[in-house]
Design a protein around this ligand. Structure first.
Ligand code: PBE
Length: 268
């Protein structure tokens, strides 16, 4: 046959994101478990991954990326997850809020707001879409906070104002976490009077920063599977405030026009 295999069409490359992401470890595991010996996982960033996806999609070319939900890319493009019969990418997950030990005592109103913070993938999508349509993340977050006064009011109900008290939120530049972290920052500043600094770091330093107290909180912990290594490594050095969002998914993602359905098919 003159038909080239999918592998050779995409150079046996899976387009990854930042190396500290749990998704990268899971993909490396998938390469092993599905025996994809010829395949390489390309390190980069969320932003570079979406640029590569956009380019391939416009040309109707094949591409395989590491992807997750919630993400705006599923609204912008017609995409599908490859099925994962071996279950490498885990099952039910939530995004958790994690704070440093002693935050409860030292910044009780921020602690309580962070503990109450909880929203849906659909709500997060509104912020993510506004950002991808060109709004600055802080403006998109601020508009969402104004448009959702009822919900936000519940998060800050009866909490005391803190005049300019400083707070540091750690996050990784994943599209979902850019949205959530900016929303939490907007609420803490606009409703409770905090002065919030956002620290953009890699996943490992994000967990380390909460655990050594150099950052106060993060809303970017994917558990129980994706960040299990970090969760275990720093156990006892942080406080887990539980889920802030339900309904996530991770895996290998391709354009719907591609004629492949399962990770197992990458081997043929
Ligand atoms: N993600 C987005 C992260 C968590 C949030 C799925 C890229 C990760 O893999 O660690």
């Amino acid at each position: 046959s003159t038909e080239r295999s999918l592998g050779s069409q995409v150079n046996h490359e899976i387009i990854g994101i930042d190396p500290g992401a749990g998704l990268m470890k899971q993909t490396a595991q998938a390469i092993e478990d599905y025996d994809l010996k010829e395949w390489k996982l390309v390190e980069g960033s969320s932003a570079a991954m979406t640029v590569a996806l956009d380019k391939a999609y416009k040309d109707k070319k094949p591409i395989i990326v590491t992807g997750w939900t919630p993400h705006w890319m599923f609204a912008k493009y017609d995409l599908k997850y490859l099925s994962d019969p071996k279950g490498v990418f885990g099952k039910d997950e939530q995004i958790h809020t994690i704070v440093r030990n002693n935050l409860k005592k030292e910044a009780p109103s921020a602690y309580t707001m962070l503990d109450r913070f909880e929203w849906t993938p659909e709500e997060m999508a509104v912020v993510m879409s506004a950002i991808i349509d060109g709004k600055k993340p802080e403006e998109a977050a601020s508009s969402w906070v104004k448009d959702n006064a009822g919900k936000v009011g519940g998060w800050v109900k009866d909490l005391s104002q803190e005049k300019g008290k400083k707070l540091k939120l750690a996050y990784v530049a994943w599209d979902s976490e850019i949205a959530s972290t900016n929303v939490v920052k907007a609420v803490l500043e606009e409703k409770l009077g905090y002065k919030v600094e956002m620290l953009q770091v890699e996943a490992g330093p994000m967990w380390a920063g909460i655990s050594d107290g150099s950052a106060d909180a993060m809303v970017a912990a994917w558990l129980p599977t994706t960040h299990k290594d970090y969760f275990d490594k720093y156990a006892g050095k942080y406080e887990d405030l539980g889920p802030n969002l339900n309904g996530t998914k991770l895996g290998l993602v391709v354009p719907a026009y591609m004629n492949i359905e399962s990770i197992a098919d990458l081997n043929t």
